[in-house]
Design a protein around this ligand. Structure first.
Ligand SMILES: O=C(CO)[C@@H](O)[C@H](O)[C@H](O)[C@H](O)COP(=O)(O)O
Ligand SMILES: [Zn+2]
Length: 205
């Protein structure tokens, strides 16, 4: 039971192999470039948490799911036992999201929440595979107005988001042409950030 009675279509198996190979290649191509950048982002996040600041996280589609994935691992826990950490995903409250989109525009869905919740010293994590999503761009502008640092989980050539970031922000930009493959590397980055935050707050295991 469980593996199917008949051997599946070989074309489908070949496509699965291809997805795995592309994902491995995208991650392998990114690791040297991104390892120090991810470490810098983790230092910003741990410093903010140690100063009693909080983390706001946003993104669209699969990146909205990534935002929630990240906030859940901070609010609850990752691999080690620890108290919950203050993180808010800006993607979860449908009443807030629909009212902002309906009364203003979709591009304001995150920035209005950042202006309401963000305080100096907090960190905004903006997740986008293209660097082009207007609501993420506006959220970064709002975070800067609030005196917050920004961490971008970005992709491709970084788009207009890269130009918007300031010197003390961190741009984790995954090279590659595919939204799906970039998202898969973002998943690794999120787990790295969780691990590095725990390492800095709790020490060596
Ligand atoms: O998950 C996927 C594709 O894998 C999609 O839902 C994808 O996240 C959506 O098209 C997003 O709207 C793309 O936004 P972005 O990554 O360009 O900011
Ligand atoms: Zn996880």
């Amino acid at each position: 039971m469980g593996n199917g009675a008949q051997a599946p279509d070989r074309t489908l198996i070949a496509r699965v192999r291809n997805h795995f190979e592309e994902s491995i290649l995208t991650a392998r191509n990114a690791v040297e470039l991104l390892a120090p950048v991810v470490a810098a982002a983790a230092e910003r996040l741990a410093a903010a948490l140690l100063a009693d600041r909080k983390i706001l996280i946003c993104g669209n589609g699969g990146s909205a799911a990534d935002a929630q994935h990240f906030s859940a691992e901070l609010l609850n826990r990752f691999e080690r036992e620890r108290p919950g950490l203050p993180a808010v995903s800006l993607t979860t409250d449908t009443s807030t999201l629909t009212s902002i989109a309906n009364d203003y525009d979709f591009a304001s869905t995150f920035s209005k929440q950042v202006r309401a919740l963000g305080q100096a010293g907090d960190v905004l994590v903006g997740i986008t595979t293209s660097g082009h999503s207007p609501n993420v761009l506006r959220a970064v502008e709002a975070a800067h107005e609030r005196g917050m640092t920004c961490i971008a989980l970005n992709g491709r050539d970084g788009g207009p988001l890269s130009a918007l970031l300031r010197n003390d922000d961190v741009n984790i930009c995954v090279p590659g042409p595919s939204t799906a493959r970039i998202q898969e590397v973002h998943g690794i980055v999120i787990h790295c950030l969780c691990d590095l935050i725990d390492h800095q707050l709790l020490g060596q295991t």
